[in-house]
Design a protein around this ligand. Structure first.
Ligand code: ZN
Length: 185
């Protein structure tokens, strides 16, 4: 696929949303959720090409619709589902033999497969603490929340207990980059 002109995410995101709604709720709820979306977005739930690029702006709208329809805690449930789906896909096999921050590092190394912009870096402080910085990504506060949920869920998946992810720097609060401090037991 050619590199997109606007900041974009891969279409596999839309299929994950559809699967999650059907899994966590039911067909009726899924239909009602679809009706809250612009027709073009609704159509992507079923027809997005997983390998194609779609604007980051649209993923922001989708995350906001998820929260509006299913409540603020629904993002936790969605990201849990999404990470477990990803674990059975692109990072399958890594989970059983690498430590939590190692899994986060391996997953972040694949960032540009899924996002056309943004450059994550991870610094290991010790076995249970790390700092994740995301450069060149300035789209919406809801994406910051989603990224934090991904980090926590990756750590939990790799056996880290009680992950705490603190958003210490944010482009939406005037910082040059977004940064999260990650710790677990
Ligand atoms: Zn941020």
């Amino acid at each position: 696929m050619p590199h997109p002109e606007v900041p974009s995410d891969r279409g596999e995101f839309y299929g994950a949303v559809a699967e999650w709604v059907l899994n966590a709720y039911d067909k009726d709820r899924y239909q009602r959720f679809k009706e809250t979306l612009h027709p073009q977005l609704a159509e992507r739930l079923e027809n997005a090409d997983p390998a194609e690029w779609y604007p980051v702006e649209d993923s922001r709208v989708m995350y906001e619709r998820i929260v509006a329809s299913f409540g603020k805690d629904s993002l936790v449930s969605f990201i849990r589902f999404y990470v477990s789906r990803a674990i059975h896909g692109f990072i399958r096999g890594l989970v059983s033999f690498i430590p939590p921050l190692g899994l986060a590092k391996r997953a972040l190394a694949l960032w540009n497969r899924f996002h056309s912009t943004g450059r994550p870096e991870i610094e290991m402080i010790d076995k249970n603490h790390g700092i994740i910085t995301l450069f060149d990504w300035d789209y919406s506060p809801i994406h910051c929340k989603v990224h934090a949920l991904w980090f926590a869920e990756l750590i939990r998946t790799a056996g880290g207990k009680n992950p705490v992810v603190e958003h210490t720097h944010c482009v939406h609060r005037g910082d040059e980059f977004c940064r999260w401090e990650v710790g677990f037991e």
